[in-house]
Write a protein that binds this ligand. Structure first.
Ligand SMILES: NC(=O)c1ccc[n+]([C@@H]2O[C@H](COP(=O)([O-])OP(=O)(O)OC[C@H]3O[C@@H](n4cnc5c(N)ncnc54)[C@H](O)[C@@H]3O)[C@@H](O)[C@H]2O)c1
Length: 450
């Protein structure tokens, strides 16, 4: 697909999303898999996806697989080259084949700049800055980048997780830059809830929350999502959709903080926190989550701060529970490192094998990883040797990677940081002579009733 083909197609049919062609507003339970049109049976709009990372690339490849023509936009030249050679730069089951099929069919291509399209999806990162406030600079940049290509009747969807009001902010930027109003362009937020490792399945099968800045925008976005979503689509205002996503992650963060706090209590009580939680969860209405070495990733460890920042700095209220949960989870890696260093003091020159560095099991993602933070902390503080076993990455910044059996054999202390499936099968005999610190339950045996 080249730019001129894209332009011609766009001129041919400018308003795929116009309300007269859009479906009437569905009630939540009305939109089901039976409503998903066959991709061959409908003329699909051209979609420009800005940001081809963990969310943008699977979405782009999946849409190309559904028959959309997808103009991908990616600032990183290496990432563009990888994608255009038919490969995925992120590890995700089946993604490589889907990207290759998209590139081979000419339905997917990565470019440095946006082009005219009918729908624009913004999938750029939304990190927190040093004040723990949302850094929307990449959303703003992506919005300004699409402005020269926007036409009346286009749909702009924000998929990036964002503070309440960000979709309306995008509409304001578009208005300032182009003069187009939210009566002329549709603006909506559709938060992603996909689980890394199952993204291609979940992006189609999960229920979706779709919220426009006005009713027509909501309907336009629903029309697009109905072409590929097989879960139910629930509609609301964009500010609700933005807040829903943040609240989901703040809720998970709070529940994990509770479990992490229990692990600190149990350490002092010299009891097993997993045994405690398993027994407490036999209560029919109690469901405590599992503790870990902290909370990582770009979602749960980040998104609750968007709420805290909004509340404290714009709304003049405090959110002590959400803030405290973040602080408890953020404090856990240092607590783990301190415990390991206490154990290390029992040896003259200890060798510590750290098992796992990613932010959760069976993925290659190190972003905001508490395990990686612990490894770096130990490397800086231990007078001995720190070994890292991480089967999902090729290199780590502060220490060389080691083969699992070799590392365990050499170690005085084995620290389980991430419950990768490879680590769950390590025998008791292999660990018999070792001092074991299990922060993630990799060695835990489920209790059996007597
Ligand atoms: N990864 C997940 O599991 C997940 C789940 C739900 C929501 N989200 C949200 O989705 C958004 C994207 O996350 P991600 O994990 O895909 O991030 P990512 O870092 O994997 O990918 C983002 C991509 O955007 C590119 N980029 C940045 N600015 C750009 C610009 N102006 N133009 C073009 N490309 C640009 C980056 O180079 C990168 O390749 C974030 O808001 C995140 O919170 C992610």
């Amino acid at each position: 697909m080249n730019d001129s083909r894209m332009e011609l197609a766009s001129e041919r049919r400018v308003s795929w999303f116009d309300t007269e062609t859009a479906p009437s507003q569905p009630s939540p339970s009305q939109v089901t898999s039976q409503d998903v049109p066959e991709s061959d049976a409908v003329e699909l709009p051209i979609v420009c996806i800005v940001g081809l990372g963990y969310i943008g690339l699977p979405t782009a490849a999946m849409l190309a697989g559904h028959g959309f023509r997808v103009h991908g936009v990616e600032v990183d030249p290496e990432t563009r080259a990888t994608i255009n050679s038919g490969k995925a730069h992120v590890i995700e089951p089946d993604l490589d084949q889907l990207v290759k099929a998209g590139i081979d069919s000419g339905r997917l291509k990565a470019f440095a700049q946006p082009a005219q399209a009918e729908a624009f999806m913004l999938c750029v990162p939304t990190p927190v800055d040093e004040r723990a406030a949302a850094d929307l600079s990449l959303v703003d940049a992506a919005t300004r980048a699409i402005c020269p290509f926007l036409r009346q009747g286009n749909l702009v969807i924000l998929e990036s997780t964002s503070p309440p009001g960000t979709t309306e902010r995008i509409a304001r930027i578009v208005h300032e830059e182009t003069g187009l109003t939210d009566d002329q362009v549709y603006f909506a937020h559709a938060p992603e809830r996909v689980l890394p490792g199952s993204i291609l399945h979940e992006v189609v099968h999960n229920d979706r929350v779709v919220g426009g800045v006005n009713e027509a925008s909501t309907q336009a976005a629903v029309k697009l999502y109905k072409t590929f979503v097989r879960g139910q689509i629930f509609t609301c205002h964009s500010r609700v959709a933005e807040t829903v996503k943040l609240v989901e992650n703040a809720s998970r963060d709070g529940q994990i903080a509770f479990a992490n706090e229990l692990s600190i209590l149990c350490d002092k009580l010299e009891i097993d926190v997993r045994e405690l939680i398993e027994l407490a969860n036999r209560h029919p209405r109690v469901n405590i989550l599992a503790p870990g070495c902290g909370v990582g990733g770009h979602c749960i460890a980040v998104d609750p701060w968007f709420l805290v920042d909004k509340a404290e700095n714009e709304l003049g209220i405090e959110l002590p529970m959400i803030r405290t949960a973040r602080e408890v989870n953020d404090g856990k890696p240092k607590w783990v490192a301190d415990r390991v260093i206490e154990h290390a003091a029992k040896f003259k020159s200890p060798t510590i094998a750290c098992l796992g560095a990613t932010y959760k099991p069976n993925i290659d993602d190190l972003r905001e990883s508490p395990a990686a933070q612990i490894v770096r902390d130990l490397v800086g503080r231990v007078s001995g040797t720190v070994l890292l076993v991480e089967p999902h990455i090729d290199a780590f910044d502060s220490v060389e990677l080691c083969e699992m059996h070799d590392a365990i054999e050499r170690a005085d202390i084995v620290v389980f940081l991430v419950a990768h499936s490879q680590f769950r099968n390590i025998s008791q005999e292999t660990l018999a002579e070792k001092l074991v610190v299990d922060t993630c339950g990799a060695t835990h045996q489920t209790l059996a009733p007597k």
